[in-house]
Design a protein around this ligand. Structure first.
Ligand SMILES: [Ca+2]
Length: 248
């Protein structure tokens, strides 16, 4: 059986999650299939006999392809073998993130270069913190931060109040830099100035960086996700995409 993934987000990591089991001698397979190119961007197969949830990831192609999720028997023989699937989902890998516009796909309503729901820092020039559709890790856009080496911070900030008090969170993002100083991503508790996450990037190719932290025990703090070139005194460029912030 198969079902088309309508209106998928192009060039974006997706997860396929499903319950499956075999009754007879033959295992089962779930697969993402691109009918436009005749290719298999992702699949997984198993032979367990008790209901088990599995998942696999794949990256969607450019817009307009006929992408379908297929489920079927691992082998056509012997005849009469049964398998079962239930609760099959395909969704963007960022679907669970706590940060809005975490893939930098949407512009602000009144500022076409500013990512919606984010704001620039006090000393940040509008031209130095912009959406970039020319280079991105996923989707159609990323954030580009440019440091002119003037000493003024060029940063982008997201204010986050929706944490669960005392809960553990995992955080990851994709980043790349051009320049000597690299990039920095922090999550700061503005009520106490505690730095919960402090990660730097020096790779000139898109790289995934991961961290974990514990949210404040109090419910009423304000956290900020801050993206900036590592040293405002050095000319630099830092690009960020795919901010994944989920509870553990
Ligand atoms: Ca993106």
């Amino acid at each position: 059986m198969e079902q088309q993934v309508d209106a998928y987000e192009p060039n974006t990591p997706y997860m396929v999650s499903y319950l499956g089991k075999r009754y007879g001698a033959v295992g089962y397979r779930a697969q993402a299939y691109d009918y436009t190119t005749g290719t298999i961007p992702g699949q997984a197969y198993f032979t367990n006999t008790a209901w088990t949830r599995h998942e696999f990831g794949f990256t969607t192609p450019a817009a307009g392809h006929d992408v379908r999720i297929r489920v079927y028997n691992l082998s056509a023989s012997p005849a009469g073998q049964s398998i079962a699937f239930d609760n099959v989902h395909a969704y963007p890998a960022l679907a669970g993130t706590q940060l809005a516009n975490a893939g930098f796909e949407t512009a602000d309503r009144w500022d076409a270069t500013l990512p919606r729901y984010w704001k620039r820092g006090a000393t940040t020039l509008a031209a130095n913190a912009v959406l970039d559709t020319a280079d991105r890790s996923a989707g159609l856009g990323s954030l580009k931060l440019v440091s002119a080496g003037s000493g003024s911070l060029q940063e982008l900030i997201y204010t986050w109040k929706g944490y669960m008090p005392g809960a553990g969170y995992t955080f990851s993002f994709d980043g790349k830099v051009a320049g000597a100083a690299g990039g920095r991503v922090q999550i700061v508790d503005t009520s106490t100035s505690a730095v919960l996450v402090d990660e730097t990037v020096s790779s000139t190719a898109w790289t995934t960086v991961s961290a974990s932290f514990t949210a404040p025990a109090s419910h009423d703090h304000t956290l900020q996700v801050i993206l900036q070139p590592n040293d405002p005194a050095v000319s630099d460029m830092f690009q960020v995409d795919q901010l994944q912030l989920i509870s553990q």
